[in-house]
Design a protein around this ligand. Sequence first.
Ligand code: CYC
Length: 169
Amino acid sequence: MRDAVTSLIRNYDVAGRYLDRNALDTLKSYFTTGTSRVQVAAAINTDAAAIVRKAGAMLFEEIPELIRPGGNAYTTRRFAACLRDMDYYLRYASYALVAGDTDLLDERVLEGLRETYNSLSVPIGPTVRGIQIMKTLVKELAVSANIADTTFVDQPFDYMIRELSEKNI
Ligand code: CYC
């Protein structure tokens, strides 16, 4: 599991190079957003249950077929599995925000996920939508915490969205 600093050092070490201007810029941007990253992780921690509940409600309102007979989130067991998955995405996004790196998402969340989803007919499109909704809610929290530039919040959510949706077929 890597973070912004260990990833960068690893790349430079492999090449046997000193940290150049690019490296320093990357490090600077990581450290200047550091306090905000911790703040957002704290806000997620405080509100996690509410974020998942609200995002789930919004998702099922937008795509009601999911919870109707024949939908993948139909039956209380699958409904619960869906909210649990959303909770996984949110929790790991909060780790990745602090780490400033998406490596842990590959390692702990995304590996083998598409295959699992495909074998259980869990629809990818609506899952992606759920992650997008949570991203919006977390960005709202960041704005309420007076964080001026919230672009760093996008990274883990966009990464999971991209990895889940892209490698189609
Ligand atoms: C199931 N989701 C699963 C399963 C896994 C994950 C492994 C199969 C085993 C189980 O049911 O517990 C996901 N497990 C994870 C992830 C991690 C992990 C991400 C990393 C920490 O350990 N269905 C929908 C919605 C969507 C959904 C669109 C919610 C957004 O219609 C999710 N996932 C969903 C559902 C199931 C599931 C309904 C149960 C499917 C079934 O058993 O038929």
